[in-house]
Design a protein around this ligand. Structure first.
Ligand code: ZN
Length: 413
């Protein structure tokens, strides 16, 4: 039994903070009791972790990262500059490091093979709980089509654990969904529009797939028990994804131009994962066309978030920033607050609501009895300053499944 005592608790449900909270964690790493300290006796033999003056949160969740991406250039995307072993070890380091920043769950939105998840589960490396998409699915010319701008193919057949996601026509789409599930995808990632970084002639409102293909894809994913997360920025492809019943809309930058879609999303319980962080980098460091697209979409993106909240759509935190930066996932929370969320909403977006988006709300996302003890203790009040979560020196405890992976509270290193 472990007892975490004295912290101000923000439990991830949106409820008001509880001062001087006690959380009891059982031998299986589950939360047994949560509440204000006075009423909760500490059992004999419990190891006590003192956290007075600190804030206790659920372990943070990033709903859209790319842990194996190392740059947007061809040398990064095609793995030209290092042997695969070096790339894999670099990815493993990123996975470990991300956990140390308080992220106990990450959904990888593409190109992380399921072996990394197995390695974490087997204890070969430390890391967040991983929910992986393996290869994203799109038609020729879309997100999954990894050819160079000059239409050269990637230099070899690649890794069989990461099958090609290019699919054209209903039959191929269904076959590719089955292939991704076979190689270990927990969620099916697909694209119905271009994006900021896609090729020059293919922008955020240009379509990928037809309606029949998208319907078949979502239906196949659901029939195999998987959620479908859709990269969709704007235009008719965005509408197609929402109408077909995608479980989350990733990016959704031009949702403001089609308000009816927000109503549909609220009715269906579709989550909105705006991924503000990646567009900061596309704007500052992207290709010329990437920069101009990121600039054009920016005001629409912010308006889309505000309209989504008003419409009752759950907005959740995902960075999508792996191609640019790793280890600063909490930047998204700062950007969500700047876009109009309250700090409490931004915390929900990365905890309770995020767990719902991933379908793991029975397991994690809030500090409640019965949940696994995924917890973060931070020195300071993130409701006053959400950027504190980006300051590693303030992360005093990170616990995943009841095991402390960072502990600067117990008095031993
Ligand atoms: Zn992405």
């Amino acid at each position: 039994m472990k007892a975490l005592v004295g912290a101000r608790l923000i439990d991830g449900t949106g409820a008001s903070p509880v001062d001087g909270a006690t959380v009891l964690i059982d031998q299986q790493g589950r939360i047994e009791v949560v509440g204000a300290g006075e009423g909760i006796p500490i059992p004999d033999g419990a190891s006590v972790i003192p956290a007075t003056g600190m804030t206790l949160l659920p372990g943070l969740i990033d709903c859209h990262d790319h842990l194996s991406m190392h740059g947007y250039g061809l040398e990064g995307r095609w793995g030209l500059d290092d042997p695969q072993s070096v790339r894999s070890i670099r990815t493993a380091r990123i996975i470990e490091d991300t956990l140390l920043t308080g992220y106990t769950t990450v959904r990888d939105g593409g190109w992380l093979d399921a072996g990394f998840k197995q390695a974490v589960e087997q204890g070969l490396i430390a890391g967040p709980r991983l929910i992986v998409a393996t290869s994203p699915i799109s038609p020729t010319g879309g997100l999954a089509d990894r050819r160079s701008p000059s239409w050269h193919r990637p230099p070899d057949a690649g890794d069989p654990a990461m099958p090609s996601g290019v699919a054209n026509g209903v039959d191929q789409v269904r076959e590719r969904v089955r292939a991704m599930v076979r190689v270990g995808a927990d969620v099916i990632k697909f694209a119905t529009t271009g994006g900021a970084s896609s090729w020059t002639g293919h922008g955020p409102k240009d379509i990928e797939f037809g309606q029949d293909e998208v319907r078949a894809l979502v239906r196949e994913a659901h029939s195999l028990g998987k959620r479908a997360m859709c990269h969709a920025l704007g235009g008719p492809g965005l509408r197609m994804a929402v109408e077909a019943g995608a479980d989350s809309i990733e990016h959704g930058t031009y949702l403001d131009e089609d308000p009816e879609l927000l109503k549909l999303m609220a009715d269906h319980g579709t989550f909105f994962v705006p991924t503000l962080t990646v567009y900061v980098f596309h704007l500052e460091r992207g290709t010329p066309h990437g920069r101009s697209r990121a600039g054009d979409l920016k005001p629409h993106h912010v308006t889309s978030i505000q309209m989504a909240l008003e419409a009752g759509v759950k907005v959740v935190a995902g960075t999508d920033a792996g191609g640019w930066v790793h280890g600063n996932n909490a930047q998204e929370l700062e950007l969500l607050v700047a876009a109009g969320m309250t700090p409490m909403q931004a915390l929900q977006a990365a905890t309770g609501w995020a767990a719902e988006c991933l379908g793991i709300e029975k397991e994690t996302g809030t500090v409640q009895p019965g949940k696994t003890a995924d917890l973060v203790v931070i020195d300071g009040d993130p409701l006053r300053d959400i950027t504190l979560l980006q300051d590693r020196s303030r992360i005093k405890l990170v616990m995943k499944g009841g095991e402390a992976v960072v502990d600067r509270l117990s008095g031993h290193p």
